[in-house]
Ligand binder design. Structure first.
Ligand SMILES: [Zn+2]
Length: 658
């Protein structure tokens, strides 16, 4: 009987991932990462010491049968806590560490590097002689009939260790990771055990554990050992064989009536596992499943690139006002798009990643302070805990506000907000046999080796606030290779200082390069009015989504012992109601102000219809990342064709192949 899990003809991955540290940020991305390392990323262990410093969950506080309760990511202490949550601090700690480690490496911050080296030494000391590295004592480990965090606590921990190995090339770290994985493979033998068995079908930690495939994927890329792919396939098969409420189970994907309903963050991270198993097998059933799953997820993407997840999808599709996105989902979606792009080489994923990172992810950060929104909407009309200021229900909603911890809900989003920029930066460059590929655009520097010599490329640009680039290329010796640069789908016209050809959404420059070279590139974009499909429209220019800021007043709801950190609510001062008359669209272009913050420096002047005053007014829009409260979409007064109007979402502008 043929099975969808049969290995048929595994496709070759089109692009190779670079090591952590080979691509480093420059310009505004570097400034923002520095601010975060000095801010909520550098201080999270002091802001929530009980979850991080005081719970040595991988060491002396490993969980045993005797532990019945624990201080966790939220502040419901004193209540009976379901055993399923007891892994929670491992996620908080390890996701935070992963972001911290990558910030330290990418910014070459000596003090953060020292802190990281000490942390790594400590983790290596905690590993048992048999390779076990995890959160359970001997009486519990690998013996579960229910919810547990065995694989999830390792996935989050080992992602950070992998980053450190890639940077330090310390063989002891790689051997520690390999032996931790070997220990899992010994206790959950491939095709002879069932790691996902559970009496309780609502097992969030257990199904997060499928992300152990992140570690397997990277170990396969580093070692070339096929057994890691086979083990990933086995994990997905075990996961799919149970009746969990998970969108990524194979039978749910292949059910034509099925609509996405799960916990958003699971749905979007599991896309990476499904991608891995298709690339492990080349099985056409899994290819079909991957295509179906991707097309379902694309319906969950708002204009600014945020995937529905506040926190459950609940069979809804994306809406700029009514569906929020969780910061965790932003990170997991970005990483999944990046893995798809790395394996397929398809240029259009770059548009999805840039849209998410430059718009939704920037727009869910506090533009000045050390805080992020747990949940955010494109049209953000109030940040008082509930979705756009809706009345509180019995189950108090506190996710729609700004906080450096969000401890009253869960400390999951802040650690993930510390991961997103390093993951974006790593995905900016890839390699293939013919040379180097600038997959995502922005200010950065690449230091790698190609054809036996050193390559340094400094990408000088203010992108996405400017669409001009200079690539300064320095080589150890003159070599021939192809420089490939992704051409975003919104580009109308371009100028390149070298002769090039265009292929599958990339610009290719092949030549024998001198030791010192520079390539100049400019993209020309016109502001565009785009429809959401619900008779609403919004305005983009290049890679940026623009928003009308809504004036607000703030209320500090909680202060922290460290100055400059607070939980803050925002209420609108003045309610406005604008629509956009597509017959009279008038965008008079972008003007640049001289301020340090690029998000408030770029202004777009647009004529909108004030529905209260019943007259046209010129208003100023800024990139969504510069706003707190805002309106992104406007009711379209007349649904007619206009040369500036595109009917497509940016992320669906091009059909993606797999
Ligand atoms: Zn979260």
């Amino acid at each position: 009987m043929p099975s969808p899990f049969d290995v048929i003809n595994p496709p070759k991955e089109k692009l190779q991932r670079l090591l952590c540290g080979e691509v480093i940020p420059q310009g505004w991305i570097r400034d923002q990462m520095k601010q975060d390392l000095k801010g909520f990323i550098g201080h999270l262990d002091q802001l929530v010491p009980n979850l991080i410093k005081q719970d040595d969950i991988y060491g002396k506080n490993r969980l045993t049968k005797k532990v019945k309760t624990k201080r966790l990511g939220n502040v419901r202490q004193g209540h009976d806590i379901d055993a399923q949550y007891l892994w929670w601090n491992s996620e908080t700690q390890s996701n935070w560490r992963d972001g911290f480690i990558r910030h330290a490496i990418l910014l070459d911050d000596q003090s953060a590097l020292r802190r990281t080296a000490a942390y790594i030494r400590r983790i290596l000391r905690l590993q048992d002689a048999d390779g076990y590295l995890g959160i359970y004592d001997t009486d519990l480990r690998y013996r579960f009939s229910d919810e547990n965090g065995e694989l999830w606590s390792k996935a989050t921990l080992l992602r950070g260790l992998l980053a450190w190995y890639e940077y330090s090339r310390d063989e002891r770290v790689l051997q520690s990771i390999i032996s931790a994985v070997k220990n899992v493979m010994h206790h959950y033998p491939v095709n002879a055990s069932d790691p996902f068995q559970s009496k309780n079908l609502k097992s969030g930690g257990l199904t997060h554990g499928l992300m152990f495939t992140d570690v397997l994927d990277r170990l396969h890329q580093i070692t070339g050992d096929r057994k890691y792919l086979d083990y990933g396939l086995f994990l997905y098969r075990s996961f799919s064989s149970h009746e969990f409420e998970e969108d990524a189970r194979l039978s749910n994907i292949l059910d034509p009536e099925y609509k996405l309903k799960g916990h958003g963050v699971h749905t979007y991270e599991h896309l990476r596992s499904l991608t891995l198993v298709y690339y492990a097998t080349g099985n056409p059933e899994l290819k079909k499943a991957l295509q179906i799953f991707v097309s379902r997820i694309e319906k969950e993407i708002t204009p600014a690139g945020g995937p529905v997840g506040d926190e459950w999808i609940l069979e809804r599709t994306a809406n700029a006002t009514h569906t929020g996105y969780e910061y965790c989902s932003l990170q997991e979606m970005l990483d999944s798009w990046a893995v798809l792009m790395q394996k397929t080489g398809e240029s259009a994923w770059g548009d999805s990643i840039e849209n998410l990172f430059f718009n939704a992810a920037q727009g869910a950060r506090h533009p000045q302070g050390h805080a992020i929104a747990y949940c955010k909407t494109d049209n953000s009309l109030a940040m008082t805990g509930t979705l756009n200021g809706a009345r509180q229900t019995k189950k108090k909603q506190l996710r729609f506000k700004y906080s450096p911890t969000h401890q009253d809900v869960a400390v999951c989003c802040v650690p993930n907000a510390g991961r997103i920029a390093p993951y974006f930066v790593n995905a900016m460059w890839r390699k293939d046999e013919s040379g180097l590929v600038a997959t995502l655009l922005g200010p950065c520097e690449l230091n790698t080796r190609l054809h036996g010599t050193s390559v340094r490329i400094v990408e000088e640009t203010g992108y996405p606030f400017s669409n001009r680039f200079t690539f300064h290329i320095s080589l150890g010796r003159s070599i021939e290779f192809t420089l490939r640069v992704r051409k975003p789908s919104w580009v109308k016209r371009l100028l390149v200082s070298e002769s090039y050809r265009e292929e599958n959404g990339y610009l290719l420059i092949r030549k024998k390069w001198k030791k010192q070279n520079s390539v100049k590139l400019e993209f020309f974009a016109e502001p565009q009015v785009k429809f959401t499909g619900e008779n609403e429209c919004y305005i983009t220019s290049g890679a940026l989504v623009y928003a009308l800021p809504v004036k607000s007043r703030n209320v500090v709801s909680k202060k922290y012992p460290i100055a400059g950190y607070a939980d803050i609510f925002y209420t609108p001062v003045l309610k406005t109601d604008y629509s956009l008359d597509v017959q009279r669209v008038n965008i008079s272009g972008v003007s640049k102000l001289k301020t340090k913050n690029p998000f408030s420096a770029n202004q777009l002047h647009v004529t909108l219809y004030n529905r209260r005053k019943k007259k046209f007014e010129q208003v100023t829009l800024i990139p969504i990342g510069g706003t707190l409260l805002r309106r992104v979409t406007f009711i379209a007064e007349q649904n007619t064709r206009h040369p500036l109007i595109s009917k497509e979402f940016p992320q669906r502008a091009k059909r993606k192949k797999l």
